[in-house]
Design a protein around this ligand. Structure first.
Ligand code: ZN
Ligand code: ZN
Length: 251
């Protein structure tokens, strides 16, 4: 097992354990209903990524098409920080775009159909969204000359952060609030998954909350325990087949 997989599996186990011992909400769906669709989507997405994106990335790095200024940045710490900030900003913009266009929303809404948000929700993405999101990202990597180790550092941090902020863990309010000055916390992301439409138009960040603050989409929930999660009109679309075809089912 490689490094990244080990970190991801450990994070899933740790946060699944913690959210079971200290749950924030009493989850409405059964364990099987919650886990299987997300797990299967995760397997499909990881397999699709390995066959396409990973192959293209290897081609980019083998050709050493270093065009961007990062190739000329001599300090690795500075280069890794710049890469991290640029990819995280891209992730913010991509997520905001997903909510802005009707076409992209068709795919992203799969993520928002979760009524019992938990660690496995971190993997509940439509495969088309996952593939599409990687196209501008690959271009960015090629254009800036982001090296494999810089990307790996971001990807591992993102994997842990996604599992953390989707978890149903009842983090002490003060700690959640304190962490939210820097990173996306469960309370911050719960608001984004709210049934209320205006609430979903906030907190688009993946790791750093600075992007939401800079672009005026930051909102810390006053009463996080009152948030109702998930798009209720899609509650009957919880199985894997319906989730894959949800963008076609529509209204
Ligand atoms: Zn969203
Ligand atoms: Zn989410």
């Amino acid at each position: 097992m490689d490094w990244k997989s080990l970190v991801v599996v450990s994070s899933v186990l740790v946060f699944s354990f913690l959210e079971t011992i200290f749950p924030f909400f009493n989850l409405k769906s059964s364990f099987n209903q919650r886990i299987y669709p997300n797990l299967l989507l995760g397997i499909i997405n990881v397999s699709t990524n390995s066959l396409t994106i990973t192959f293209i990335l290897h081609q980019i790095w083998q050709q050493k098409f270093w065009l961007g200024f990062l190739y000329w940045v001599k300090s690795p710490w500075l280069a890794v920080t710049i890469s991290f900030l640029i990819i995280d900003l891209y992730m913010y913009m991509w997520h905001r775009l997903m909510h802005s266009l009707l076409l992209t929303w068709q795919f992203h809404q799969v993520h928002h159909t979760e009524i019992s948000m938990n660690t496995s929700t971190a993997y509940r993405f439509h495969t088309v969204e996952v593939i599409l999101s990687n196209i501008p990202k690959l271009f960015l990597i090629w254009l800036l000359g982001i090296k494999p180790s810089y990307l790996l550092f971001y990807e591992i941090t993102l994997a842990i952060e996604l599992i953390f902020h989707h978890s149903n863990l009842a983090l002490p309010w003060k700690l959640d609030k304190l962490l939210s000055y820097i990173i996306v916390t469960p309370n911050i992301h719960r608001l984004h998954h709210s049934q209320s439409f205006p609430d979903t138009q906030s907190n688009y960040a993946s790791i750093l909350t600075i992007w939401d603050k800079l672009f005026h989409s930051y909102s810390y929930p006053k009463y996080p325990e009152k948030i109702r999660l998930g798009l209720i009109e899609y509650n009957n679309h919880l199985n894997i087949i319906n989730l894959i075809f949800l963008p076609l089912i529509k209204h």
